[in-house]
Design a protein around this ligand. Structure first.
Ligand SMILES: [Zn+2]
Length: 124
């Protein structure tokens, strides 16, 4: 028996991720399931494209994501974004703002409230 991980891509799916720059809905969304040998672990990559700001992705490992990354293509490499003269590689989520004790609570990793990113200074 080999040890290859189970991997499957789902296209056009719903994701709690939104564009961290404008807050808009993403198109061409994809979710990649990366299931290990244990099925109690939720492990997914989410990717989607903002028509104005390009591709973003994030990773869910049983907990909501801490950061949303700008990428050059779905499941690709990180890219640098410049928004009003400031550089961004990633955008921290509401989940990341919680204390370590709060992060030990059991939550729905797909609850959109944890996926919200802080407004960019340029957007204020
Ligand atoms: Zn956008």
């Amino acid at each position: 028996m080999d040890n290859t991980t189970f991997q499957r891509d789902h296209l056009g799916v719903r994701t709690p991720m939104r564009c961290p720059v404008c807050g808009g809905a993403l198109v061409e969304t994809m979710v990649r399931d990366i299931g290990g040998v244990t099925h109690d672990l939720t492990w997914q990559l989410h990717a989607g494209r903002c028509p104005e700001h390009g591709w973003f992705q994030t990773e869910v490992i049983s907990k909501p994501p801490r950061e949303i990354f700008a990428v050059n293509k779905p499941f690709g490499t990180a890219r640098r974004m410049v928004v009003d003269g400031r550089e961004y590689f990633s955008f921290t989520t509401a989940w990341n703002e919680l204390s370590p004790a709060e992060q030990r609570q059991r939550v729905d990793p797909f609850d959109p409230k944890w996926w919200r990113t802080a407004p960019l200074p340029a957007a204020r």
